[in-house]
Design a protein. Structure first.
Length: 307
């Protein structure tokens, strides 16, 4: 299947979200509610069920996880290094750093399923189940001081960490899951991806007027977006070669590193006393940039490791 055709349904849902926000009379609070519904309930259900149902084991995707984790670690280090950029606002820097290494799970899981069907979704689900808790720690760490809350407390309340660790723990103990619970969670998870993509489109904001980015803010935005869309995919390609990955696993790793940043970054920044408006702008810039960079990097991966 041609690459643009592969990505078209996901980007079409995002575009539909943009259109719906313009033509519907729903208030801003309505979209915020839907975002929180996805973040706190639907997407955690999708993660939990995907981990439980994924064939294989965590050990089977260890090379993938190491390659993706190496690229993510470089992204975290580069994001933290932005603290030395001149004349940057502390709230914007600490709350925006997460956009340099967090990833859009909704888009990633949708593309993984279309790229490799059930196998692709299973591999991707297990890989991100390991990475999500680690990256959430890296996201929360700089903002813990802003919120004046303990780091451990914030991590224990994070729904994505709870869902991924819960899924991994349930797999480890191999206890049977009640059919009713699995069916309900599975149905809620099905709604997570399309609703999440619609909310991404509805949340797009281009900085203008009073919210126009100043010089130091533009430098921060360029740095965080460059780390996410250029440095991490390049590191992902190198890590795949280093760990000897090829075929579908390598393609999924490259796709993961090239994903735009997570829309959940806005929820986290707002809840922890960061600059939510600035983070929303970074999410918009990252997604618009990914319209070009994601097909490019994924195309390079498909060329190198077409099976």
């Amino acid at each position: 299947m041609p690459l643009l055709e592969l990505l078209a349904p996901e980007f079409a849902l995002i575009a539909l979200g943009v259109a719906l926000r313009r033509v519907m009379s729903a208030s801003e609070e309505g979209w915020v509610f839907l975002e929180k519904l996805g973040y706190y309930l639907l997407f955690p259900c999708l993660l939990f069920v995907s981990i439980l149902r994924a064939p294989g084991s965590v050990g089977a995707v260890l090379p993938m996880t190491l390659a993706a984790g190496s690229a993510a670690a470089l992204g975290v280090a580069a994001a933290y290094a932005c603290r030395w950029l001149p004349e940057t606002d502390v709230r914007r820097r600490t709350s925006g750093a997460q956009t340099a290494f967090r990833f859009n799970s909704y888009l990633g899981m949708a593309i993984a399923e279309r790229t490799g069907s059930a196998e692709g979704l299973a591999l991707f689900s297990i890989m991100i189940a390991v990475l999500i808790p680690i990256l959430n720690v890296a996201a929360v760490w700089p903002m813990a001081g802003l919120a004046q809350r303990g780091l451990v407390r914030e991590l224990l309340r994070n729904p994505l960490i709870i869902a991924t660790l819960g899924g991994l723990a349930w797999r480890a103990v191999q206890l049977p899951m009640p059919d009713l619970v699995l069916a309900v969670a599975g149905r809620m998870g099905i709604a997570a991806l399309p609703l999440g993509l619609l909310c991404i489109g509805a949340a797009l904001r281009w900085p203008r007027g009073d919210h126009r980015l100043a010089g130091s803010d533009r430098l921060l935005a360029t740095s965080f977006t460059g780390i996410k869309l250029l440095l991490m995919p390049l590191a992902g390609l190198g890590a795949c070669l280093l760990f000897g990955l090829d075929g579908l696993p390598a393609l999924l790793v490259v796709m993961y590193t090239a994903l735009p940043t997570s829309p959940a970054s806005y929820v986290l920044a707002s809840r922890m006393g960061g600059d939510g408006a600035f983070v929303a702008q970074l999410i918009t810039i990252s997604l618009l940039g990914a319209l070009v960079s994601l097909p490019l990097w994924t195309g390079i991966g498909a060329f190198l490791w077409s099976s």
